[in-house]
Design a protein around this ligand. Sequence first.
Ligand code: UDX
Length: 430
Amino acid sequence: MNLCMIGTGYVGLVSGVCFSDLGNQVVCVDKDKDKINLLNKGRVPIYEPGLDEMLKRNFKFGRISFSTDINKAIESSDIIFICVGTPTSKKNNSADLTHVYRVANDIKKNIKKFKIIVTKSTVPVTTGDKIEKIIAKKVNKKKFEIVSNPEFLREGEAIRDFIYPDRIVIGTQNKKVNRVLKNLYEPLVNKGAKYLNTSRRAAELIKYASNAFLATKITYINEISNLCEKIGVNVEDISIGMGLDKRIGTRFLRAGPAYGGSCFPKDTKAIAIIADQYKSNLSIIKSTIKSNENRRNLFKKRTFQIMKNKIKNKTITFLGVTFKANTDDMRESMCLKMIPVFLKKGAKLRYYDPSGKKKEINKKVKFCKNIQEACLKTDLIIIHTEWNEFKSLDFKNLVKKNNFKIYDMRNIYSSAKMKQKKINYFSVGR
Ligand code: UDX
């Protein structure tokens, strides 16, 4: 099939490359010329394991191309995927739909034969209706169909999540269009993915409700971990004990820092606002948002306690600064809230991040090229993300001084082994 992905962010690029790998002809469009130039050289602008190789392979076979010419791309495609960003609005906490509506206006100028227009961007319920209205101002309704097909990709695992999804949700009541999309996704359905056809509004809501639920599940275990610290119980025993109940399940029950990233913080706020607009109070999700904000303060406070409030002139090393491992994404990363406070208190900060590139954080925070440089003679190591590189370090050999401390925010190491090694070690909920 001829597909067009509008927006080459995470969702658009990963989906475009994966669709081309399934044998479709894909054109990816973006208004960012530099990005398109980079992609046309076969280079990937984001850190996503496996994406580079897959892109190069399909690029070589001519199954995927990159362009800034949105008109031509729309004209030559049967299915158009809207994959532009829907960040939190600057005015309130709702999703900013400027890019989505701009694309809808571009699409309406280029419909000559029947087009299926699919929103993959996370959009509030009824956005599909609004896109339909915009396009119907210029084009006969028989010539297009708007479908919602939310994406559930995790950064760092996006390719695997695309190829082996738990479910594919298609929101349309048009039977013919549903058949076309079922055909497109058939290779994934054959590998075991469940295919679910719902109304468009239901599909839009499934995405928000899922992300808000996962964020709540994490927040739940995070709060339980606070209690575990007070009673001297290991939160990992609780996670396993709870997760073995199939109704609960083990995943997304790892206690750690405040959740971050491009989706959970944005989507929890957006669904709460949508509900308010419909005069329905999502009090549980509102509590999740609040609890996650409090967690950032809690971890700051905990760090001060670990350092016995002596932060001035102390060296603090962050191992990992992104919001989680296997990504270079800094959005809503918890360390961004900690760094200014530590700097203000006179700490000397350093970081090393396996994603490689220097990050846009305060210039006073020293970027280190490797773990050795980051850890040498430091006073406190904060294990902020759980990259494999951090999982079997010989800390005494790295730090080369006595009395350093470790705050393992991801519970990578065993407290007992650290005690044996006489390392001052602190973790979460145990
Ligand atoms: C998420 C959803 O998982 C994905 O389906 C959606 O489409 C986009 O948002 P992503 O933001 O890439 O994906 O990362 P995810 O792996 O879900 O982690 C989100 C946050 O939760 C991170 O800060 C992570 O560290 C945290 N987390 C996750 C935990 O603290 N504990 C867990 O058990 C799982």
